[in-house]
Design a protein around this ligand. Structure first.
Ligand SMILES: [Zn+2]
Ligand SMILES: [Zn+2]
Ligand SMILES: [Zn+2]
Length: 260
C-alpha cells in the first residue's frame, strides 16, 4: 500500500525569508528558497497524520488542503515545532473529537505545563473553541498504528536534548538531530527515502550540517535523501548542484511516495 509524505515546511526555526534580512536568498523569487517551519503530513486516502505543529501550521494545512487529522506526532517541543498547537482547534471543532498527540513523556509534560488552558478546561466551559487534545506518551521504540499507517518512533540526539524521528514504511523523517544514537540504526535499515536535518554547510551544535547528513545517508545506504530545516545560507539552484547523486534539497510542498 502506498502513502504520501508531504513536506509542509522545510525551514529552520526562523523560517526563510527571515524577519529583517536583506540577503539574496531572503529576496529570492525561486519558490524553493521560501521555507516555512519544518513539518510534515503523512497521508493515505483514509488516514491523515501531522508531524509537528509549528507556528506556520495554519498556512500549511490550508495550502495543502488538509481537511482532517487523525493524530499528531511531535518531534520535540522547540517553538518552531510546537507553537501552532492552538490551531489544531480548527480540526477538533470540525470533527467534535479529541485529537491524539503523541510525544515523549518529557514532552507531553512540557505541553501540559506550557499550554495549561487546553488541559484545565474540565467543565468544558470553552467548548470547541479551544483545541481538544489527548496527550499520549511514546514509550521508547514502540510502533504506533494510526488507521492504515504504522508509525515507528526513532529516538534522536538534538544538541543537549532529544528529538523523535519517525519511520513510516520505507520512508524516515528525521528533522532536528545532531546525531543518530547507535540504538536507532537498526530501525533505519532498508529505507528507500529519508528526510534528514541538514541545516547548512557549516557545522552547528544542535543540527547535522550537509556533510554529516550526507555521511548518514551513505552509512544507511538510502537511495534518496532530502535535506531539511534549511537556513537562508542555502540558495536552491546553486547548492543543489553541489550535492552528490541521490541527495536533494527539500522544499515546501514536496511529495515523497512511500510503501508500507
Ligand atoms: Zn527545529
Ligand atoms: Zn537572509
Ligand atoms: Zn529543535
Amino acid at each position: 500500500m502506498d502513502f504520501t509524505l508531504t513536506l509542509l515546511g522545510t525551514g529552520t526555526s526562523h523560517g526563510v525569508p527571515m524577519i529583517g534580512c536583506d540577503c539574496p536568498v531572503c529576496h529570492s523569487t525561486d519558490p524553493r528558497d521560501r521555507h516555512l517551519r519544518a513539518a510534515a503530513w503523512v497521508h493515505t486516502d483514509d488516514t491523515s497524520v501531522l508531524i509537528d505543529v509549528g507556528p506556520d501550521l495554519r498556512e500549511q494545512v490550508i495550502r495543502q488542503h488538509v481537511m482532517r487529522v487523525d493524530a499528531v506526532f511531535l518531534t520535540h517541543t522547540h517553538a518552531d515545532h510546537l507553537h501552532g498547537i492552538d490551531d489544531l482547534r480548527g480540526f477538533t471543532r470540525l470533527c467534535r473529537q479529541a485529537l491524539p498527540l503523541y510525544a515523549r513523556k518529557h514532552d507531553t509534560d512540557f505541553i501540559r505545563n506550557h499550554f495549561d488552558y487546553i488541559f484545565n478546561d474540565h467543565d468544558f466551559k470553552h467548548g470547541w473553541f479551544i483545541p481538544r487534545i489527548e496527550l499520549r506518551d511514546l514509550d521508547g521504540q514502540d510502533l504506533i498504528r494510526v488507521g492504515a499507517l504504522p508509525i515507528q518512533p526513532i529516538p534522536l540526539v538534538h544538541g543537549h536534548g532529544h528529538a523523535m524521528g519517525y519511520r513510516i514504511g520505507n520512508v524516515a523523517y528525521l528533522t532536528d538531530c545532531s546525531a543518530i544514537p547507535e540504538s536507532s540504526y537498526p530501525l533505519l535499515q532498508g529505507l528507500d527515502a529519508m528526510v534528514i536535518d541538514g541545516l547548512r554547510w557549516t557545522p552547528h551544535y544542535t543540527h547535522l550540517c550537509f556533510e554529516q547528513a550526507i555521511a548518514e545517508a551513505k552509512r544507511l545506504q538510502v537511495p534518496k535523501t532530502y535535506l531539511t530545516h534549511l537556513t537562508h545560507d542555502i540558495a536552491y539552484a546553486e547548492n543543489q548542484a553541489k550535492l552528490p547523486p541521490g541527495v536533494f534539497l527539500a522544499y515546501d510542498g514536496l511529495d515523497i511516495t512511500g510503501t508500507l
